[in-house]
Design a protein around this ligand. Structure first.
Ligand SMILES: Cc1ncc(COP(=O)(O)O)c(C=O)c1O
Length: 385
């Protein structure tokens, strides 16, 4: 049996999404910028996908700019606003200590080029407090970037309140919603943000396709310059098939959002309850009430997360030690560290992220294997001590 519990890293492409993409690759090969029939066919594909993405996040169609995924969307939002606001003298950027590397590394790059950056702390449950943002904001802050849902622990930030506070000092607000879009209802105007990132491969679409939502009237410089694609906001011939896949995945997700969320949270909660009951020395990391429905992050006393990951993989079960980008290294999770966890807790935690294909039988299989796997690792660790 092979069980995939790593949907926050990526998801399989849904067969219906694949069908749409295959049709586009076969038939709609034109360049969307061409005026002739072939070009207009491809442009129609982009228009349909843009409408589907806008519908999913309750945006206006013209506000959706296609990108190569979440990383580019995050870069575009932060670098684009930083550059557009530079002339106003606003050269301060704020994010949180638990952001994805796409944001954190971009901040480091801009810091090297003269921007001042602040990373907000989080509490022990992974949540940013509005007071921390209030204290960090200045009249020089250009943009505040706070992720909607965290990729490692699934916690949902109080984006509405944080956006209001940022705006009260004239700063723009970006949210990386790569882990929340298509998992929970996202309404861009309700969130009060100015920019929002999303990525198709997190919700059964293809890798290499995503979008940045830019609220109408928001000043953002293009970071990819060239032709007049995407209304002068992102140059480059569009990844038409990938974007078609993004659109199809958005429509698929919109149609089952509530039911699938309820199904996954029931599965996830049962899994958590059973793990806590069956295995002593376990704990759930992060706020349990403010979470996306598919994610759990669990600590196992006396167990090294990497060893657990490998042992579970040998049983056919795929999990993660947190961020996919740091897997394969022994780097402790920056998210758990920011939550104030002691070193042993930042290295004994695994993330399980469920998705469309997962079933009760798979959770049962996992639960049937886990106690022995953990027990064996604990014996080995004990023996080494
Ligand atoms: C919160 C978050 N932001 C951004 C990204 C990057 O998205 P992409 O893989 O589409 O570049 C990810 C992917 O792991 C993510 O989880």
């Amino acid at each position: 049996m092979r069980v995939y519990f790593d949907h926050n890293a990526t998801t399989p492409v849904d067969p219906s999404v694949l069908d749409v993409m295959t049709k586009v690759l076969r038939q709609d090969f034109g360049n969307p910028s061409s005026i002739h029939h072939f070009g207009q066919q491809a442009k129609g594909v982009l228009d349909d996908a843009r409408t589907a993405v806008a519908d999913l996040i309750k945006a206006e169609v013209s506000e959706v700019v296609f990108t190569s995924g979440g990383t580019e969307a995050d870069n575009f939002a932060i670098r684009g606003v930083a550059e557009a606001m530079e002339v106003t003298g606003r050269k301060h950027l704020i994010a949180t200590a638990v952001e994805h590397e796409a944001v954190l590394t971009t901040f480091k790059a801009l810091a090297r080029r003269g921007w001042t950056t602040t990373l907000l702390p989080v509490d022990a449950t992974g949540i940013v407090t509005p007071a921390a943002l209030e204290a960090a904001l200045t009249d020089k802050t250009a943009i505040v970037s706070v992720m909607h849902a965290n990729n490692e622990i699934g916690t949902i930030q109080p984006v509405e309140e944080l956006a209001r506070i940022a705006h009260s000092r004239g700063a723009l607000f970006h949210t990386d919603a790569v882990q929340s879009v298509a998992k929970i209802p996202v309404d861009v105007r309700g969130l009060g943000a100015d920019l929002l990132s999303l990525s198709a491969h997190k919700f059964n679409g293809p890798k290499g396709a995503g979008a940045l939502w830019i609220k109408r009237g928001t000043r953002v410089s293009a970071i990819l310059t060239g032709g007049k694609h995407e209304r002068n906001r992102r140059a480059g011939t569009e990844n038409v098939a990938g974007i078609a896949g993004l659109g199809a995945a958005a429509t698929l997700a919109a149609g089952k959002l509530t039911a699938e969320g309820a199904r996954l949270s029931t599965l996830r909660d049962r899994l958590e309850t059973e793990v806590l009951r069956a295995i002593p020395g376990t704990a759930i990391n992060g706020a349990r009430d403010r979470r996306v429905p598919n994610t759990t992050n669990i600590s196992f006393d006396g167990v090294e997360a990497e060893s657990l990951l490998i042992a579970l993989d040998l049983e056919g079960i795929a999990v993660s030690t947190g961020s996919a980008c740091s897997s394969g290294t022994l780097e402790p999770s920056h998210v758990l560290r920011a939550m104030g966890f002691p070193p042993h807790r930042t290295q004994n935690s695994i993330r399980l992220s469920l998705g469309a294909g997962n079933s009760d039988a798979e959770v049962d299989y996992f639960l049937s294997k886990l106690p022995a796997v953990v027990g064996k690792l604990r014996t080995l660790t004990g023996a080494r001590r």
